[in-house]
Design a protein around this ligand. Structure first.
Ligand code: SF4
Length: 127
């Protein structure tokens, strides 16, 4: 195995908050039994975008023997994550129209961040 840069997770410091999972575009990090783990070393490019989000300082980039970074597999994972994100459609909280049917605006309703469509917005403003 080649010597290369790869993320190291200090399990003693990790509190399992999961904040490092999302910034890992390649999906290399998962939470297992309450601790972050680099599940597929070949998906970790060692860029370290996850480091800054860790509140415990549990993440570092180290040089060690690890499987070669698999660019094709990582690109596939990035595409999967992107497709899953795009598939989530926003809906108007009032009438249920999706962003495919109407223009939606971000709104706050009963203390919650939500979306309202262009047809329901006037009623929301004027009552
Ligand atoms: S962000 Fe840090 S503390 Fe949170 S799960 Fe990841 S490594 Fe653990």
């Amino acid at each position: 195995m080649p010597l290369r840069s790869i993320v190291h997770i200090d399990e003693e410091l990790c509190n399992g908050c999961g904040l490092c999972v999302t910034p890992c575009a390649e999906g290399a990090i998962e939470i297992v039994d309450g601790k972050a783990k680099v599940m597929k070393e070949e998906l970790c490019d060692g860029a370290g975008f996850c480091l800054a989000v860790c509140p415990e300082g549990a993440l570092t980039v180290e040089k060690r023997e690890a499987p070669e970074f698999d660019e094709d597999a990582a690109a596939e994972k990035v595409a999967e994550k992107l497709a899953a994100h795009v598939a989530i459609k926003q809906h108007c909280f009032n009438c249920g129209r999706s962003e495919m049917d109407a223009v939606l605006f971000p709104a706050r309703n009963k203390g919650e961040s939500t979306w309202v469509c262009v047809k329901c917005l006037p009623a929301l403003i004027h009552g």
